[in-house]
Design a protein around this ligand. Structure first.
Ligand SMILES: [Zn+2]
Length: 306
């Protein structure tokens, strides 16, 4: 594959005309732990002819931002993921201080990709909330970095144009937003296992070779959820947009983990249904003589990892 470099604007630090790396949306360290064979590759289940060496990569971040994220990925793998995998029984090891930052780095990448690469939620009422969440997570991540990279501000100043009342309010809110620190108010992260969500061993086994992550919102538009799933883990970031709903009195209820679990369970159930629908078409591709032969050669002398 060609390693040609792409120049552009870094999605995190917003520096322009900078070399962009091919970034993983879900970290490579996760993909290498899902692989069964050393030379195995990944397919996009819903677009089965798309194949990735070690997970999907897109030009997204500059070298400095990649390095910044990789610190969190290594820490997560050493202090949590590998311990969890060693237990091998769907039990969660204790969570270390700072695990939330890892979760947010991944959630932000998924959300950014959904919004600006896939252009999801386009023309919907929800898109503004997703965009707000993306901005807030990006601000938070840039705030916790210690590498002295000069991050460009999120918005350009709007000059001295005559403004309508609505625009004035918006620019006032923007000024407050830009001058205050991001505190992650109404944003919470969670880690569950599929077992905790009530899934059977068969389903857990079935999902063992899948890696997925995307955003969705609850039907009442109160909760906006970004989640990833692999190796029986469900890792989620939940946002309650208090510009639209009033959260204050029942904040604990709102972020109550059994409610979040229910919502995730429904979503994964829905995803399983979609998977079932795609199954026969994918099987057809796998059974075609051409693919069969390729796969046979690929795995002939392949080293099995697990
Ligand atoms: Zn950057």
């Amino acid at each position: 594959m060609s390693k040609k470099c792409t120049l552009g604007k870094c999605a995190l630090c917003s520096r322009e005309n900078i070399e962009l790396m091919k970034s993983h949306i879900i970290p490579k360290l996760v993909y290498t732990r899902v692989k069964t064979y050393e030379n195995a590759r990944f397919r996009n289940y819903f677009n089965f002819n798309q194949i990735y060496q070690d997970g999907e990569k897109k030009p997204m971040l500059c070298h400095d931002c990649e390095e910044f994220f990789s610190k969190y990925e290594v820490e997560f793998t050493n202090k949590f993921l590998d311990k969890y995998l060693a237990l091998n029984n769907q039990t969660l090891p204790s969570q270390y201080d700072g695990i939330q930052n890892y979760i947010l780095t991944v959630s932000w990448r998924i959300l950014y990709d959904d919004l600006f690469v896939y252009n999801s939620f386009d023309g919907t009422y929800m898109r503004t909330t997703y965009e707000l969440l993306e901005k807030r997570l990006r601000k938070y991540l840039n705030q916790i970095r210690t590498d002295n990279i000069e991050v460009k501000t999120l918005n350009e100043p709007c000059g001295n144009k005559l403004q309508s009342f609505g625009e004035m309010i918006a620019s006032y809110e923007k000024a407050i937003y830009e001058s205050s620190l991001e505190t992650l108010e109404n944003i919470k992260t969670y880690i569950f296992t599929l077992k905790e969500l009530g899934y059977s061993n068969e389903i857990i086994k079935l999902l063992d070779r899948f890696i997925f992550g995307y955003c969705y919102n609850t039907g009442d538009l109160k909760k906006y959820i970004i989640f990833t799933s692999y190796k029986g883990l469900i890792i989620a970031t939940v946002f309650g947009n208090n510009r639209i709903i009033l959260i204050p009195n029942n904040i604990n209820d709102f972020f109550n983990s059994s409610q979040i679990k229910n919502s995730l369970k429904q979503e994964i159930y829905y995803m399983l249904e979609q998977t079932k629908k795609a199954y026969s078409k994918n099987q057809e591709i796998l059974n075609s003589n051409n693919t069969k032969e390729k796969l046979k050669n690929r795995y002939k002398n392949a080293k099995k990892l697990r």
